[in-house]
Every structure is written in structure tokens, then in C-alpha cells.
Design a protein around this ligand. Sequence first.
Ligand code: NAD
Length: 275
Amino acid sequence: MAREETLTLAARTIAKASRVVAFTGAGISVESGIAPFRGRGGLWEKYDPAEYAHINTFRSNPEKAWILLKEMLTTVSAAEPNAAHHALAELEHLGKLRCIITQNIDSMHQRAGSSNVIEFHGSFRQFVCLDCARSFETDELMFDLVPLRCTCGGLLKPDVVFFGEPIPTDTLFRAESAASTCDAMLVIGTSAIVQPAASLPFIARKAGARVIEVNPEPTLFTELISDCRLVGKAGEILQRMVAEVRRIVQQEGLEDSYMLKSPGERSHADRDTGH
Ligand code: NAD
């Protein structure tokens, strides 16, 4: 099918659906200048993130783990949300996106204006002491001397999920619950490799959702569960797709009654899972 036709079909699917969830990975932030792990220009070309970002490395050889951490922190702090992050924020404002489940730790979705974001792997906004569990806002820390240490002497770890660490139970529950109750899932810029995150589109598909993938490269999702793949960069594709969703929604009066309520009127459970 021609690319334009696929994009229109995807936009129509989103416009007609009533429980849309976006699942994003490092690829969505590439146009913000943040390198992904895999693919061209990926961090994997320099380091093995599964080793440098493994919790055992962080505990036993924090100097080594900090080489990757410092590079990521520097890049993320200089980055701005791109057209793809803004397009998803607009989709939420249009009443067509219940929540975003992101594997990213860069806070770009919130900075673009999305309000319902499940951060599956945590974020760089806080650091936590591995010994006394005291937490610190990233803004209040100095990074001249790393590894960072708490006043108690313990190692300070960014509040992100390292390889070898489990996903916090409440985060896993909220993400699985959003995936298992959506009727369309937009899967953007993820290689389908990191588990258990990569199982979420399978959960959505098993529950009957349409799976729309946005990625310049094919993935395991493409082969097994995607109804369609929009081939190319997330920024350009999502901008065009959301413009088309807006046109359809306005032309056909498909606004979701959920969004006609103000955020304050939605229940707590609604906000948590995006329902
Ligand atoms: P990944 O690095 O394994 O794969 C990136 C995917 O994005 C690839 O499939 C690639 O083809 C695709 N891609 C590249 N450029 C794109 C673009 N412009 N538009 C759309 N897609 C594009 O990413 P992953 O699957 O998210 O897994 C990596 C893990 O590393 C995640 O758990 C994430 O937490 C972490 N990570 C996060 C960031 C971040 O916060 N921005 C950056 C690097 C890694």
C-alpha cells in the first residue's frame, strides 16, 4: 500500500478508536538529538549498554556506569521535545490519546505537554540513595565529581530502571492495564527487544487492539502483530498523521466524550491508566 494511503488509514483507525494508547521508545527522541541504544548512531556503537547500564556494574564499578550515565544526562539536559512529542500531546488534547507508556527516561513527553505518561523505566528527574533511600531532585545536584554519593556515603542512583532490575510493581500494573484495555496502540521508535516493555504491544494485540507502528526499520512487532507500519521518522510521520486525525475528528464529530470532561472531573483511576 502506498505510504500516503497507509497514513490515512492509520489516522482513520485512531480517529475511530476510543481507547488509544501510545507506546514509545528511544527512537521518538532521536530527532531531539538523544541517541537510541540500537540502530544507526546508537550508543551500542560505542558501549554495550547492557553492561554499562547494568545494576551490577553500577554497584561494583560505578565509575564505569557513570561514563554512559554522564553522556546521557548531558544530552538529555540539552534536548528539547521534537515534533513527534508535540504531535502526541496534541492527540491527547484532541481527546484521542488516553495515555503514553514510554520506555524513555528523558521527560520529553511531559515537557511537550502530555499529562498522562507512564514512565516504564523511570526518569532522570530524581536520584535515590542505594543505602538510605533518601531522594534528591536532579536540579539540586552537582555532577562535577562522579559517582555521586549521598550525605550518608551511599551511592546515588538515578531513579531509572537499570538492566537487571525489576519494573516497579505499580508501574507494571498500570502499563499492563492500559495495554490490555486499549483498542488501538501506536508503537513508536522501539526495537521490540527490551523486556518486559516489549511484551506490552503483544498484550494490546491479544486484547483485540489495532497495532500501528512508526519506525524507519522493521521490528519483531512488524513481523508478528503490527496491522501497519508507517515507515520513516517519528517527527514527520506523527505530525502528518495527527493533522489528518484532527481533520477527521472535526469533520465527522468524533471527539471522545472522555476528553469533554475537564481533567479534574476524571476519576483517579482514569488518570492512572488513561481510561
Ligand atoms: P532502541 O534504542 O533499542 O531502538 C530504537 C528504535 O528506534 C529502533 O527500532 C530504530 O529503528 C527506531 N528509530 C530510530 N530513529 C527513529 C526515528 N527518527 N523515528 C522513529 N523511530 C526511530 O530503543 P528502545 O526499544 O526504546 O530500547 C532501548 C532502551 O533504552 C529503552 O528501555 C529506553 O529506556 C532506553 N533509552 C532511552 C533513551 C531516552 O530516554 N531517550 C535513549 C536511549 C535509550
